[in-house]
Design a protein around this ligand. Structure first.
Ligand code: C5P
Length: 232
């Protein structure tokens, strides 16, 4: 049993990252956003693609190249901070914000669906868990990366509620957005994450399910802490 990792999986916008960050701070663990590794890798490879400037779509170009030749040279480092923020460095460059553009979010599925890229990310995640106590959020943490984690949680919410949360986060940042469009994007991401053949998004058999539709963040954290308490 692995006691170094608390696994928090679920679809986009289910509240995982906020909950994981606060939980980590409360427990004295580090928060680790596994999605940031997929984002940094996509960013690195997409830059190569843009530099080469081929006439075909990213997906077709990827199929023609050997994955190892595309990711070799990418050194992704996650720096932890006391506030639970992750600073993501790609070959020394801070890409924490650059990896979150709609373009990277759209293209990530072509990387996240392929075994060699997933293996590459998993090595980094498993290495970090050798030296740190982590609350790690993602899609396959409890099923594929750390199937031996003692504590696993799976957070869900309806696509509407998830879209509304994202919509109001953007509003808080002064950004206008279209709720319907956000919901469509969330549904499409759910589809590619749950339908891929390798490490699809699903609840691990031994994960505790928490529906966050009508549950405020503090209640979700409270529920998780209760489970950890009774399990200890
Ligand atoms: O968590 P975030 O939304 O930033 O993740 C971006 C994408 O990275 C997900 O939609 C998914 O395709 C991929 N991902 C994954 N496995 C993880 C974490 C993220 O496939 N453990």
């Amino acid at each position: 049993m692995n006691d170094n990792v608390i696994a928090l999986d679920g679809p986009a916008g289910s509240g995982k990252s906020t909950v994981a960050r606060e939980l980590a701070t409360k427990l004295g663990y580090e928060y680790l956003d596994s999605g940031a590794f997929y984002r940094a890798l996509t960013f690195y490879i997409f830059r190569k693609y843009e530099k080469e400037n081929p006439s075909e779509h990213f997906q077709n170009w990827l199929e023609k190249n050997d994955p190892e030749s595309l990711y070799s040279g990418a050194v992704v480092v996650c720096e932890f901070s006391k506030l639970g923020e992750n600073r993501i460095l790609l070959n020394g460059e801070d890409v924490s914000a650059a990896i979150r553009t709609p373009e990277i979010t759209r293209e990530i599925k072509h990387i996240a669906s392929k075994g060699p890229y997933r293996d590459y990310v998993n090595v980094q995640l498993r290495n970090l868990a050798l030296t740190h106590k982590l609350v790690m959020d993602g899609r396959d943490i409890g099923t594929a990366v750390f199937p031996d984690a003692r504590y696993k949680f799976y957070l869900t919410a309806s696509s509407r509620v998830r879209a509304e949360r994202r919509h109001s986060q953007l509003k808080d940042q002064g950004i206008d957005s279209d709720l319907e469009e956000i919901e469509r994007e969330i549904i499409s991401r759910d589809r590619s994450d749950t339908e891929r053949e390798i490490a699809p998004l699903k609840q691990a058999k031994d994960a505790i399910l928490i529906d966050t539709d009508n549950l405020p963040k503090n209640s979700v954290i409270g529920k998780i802490l209760e489970c950890l308490d009774t399990a200890l």
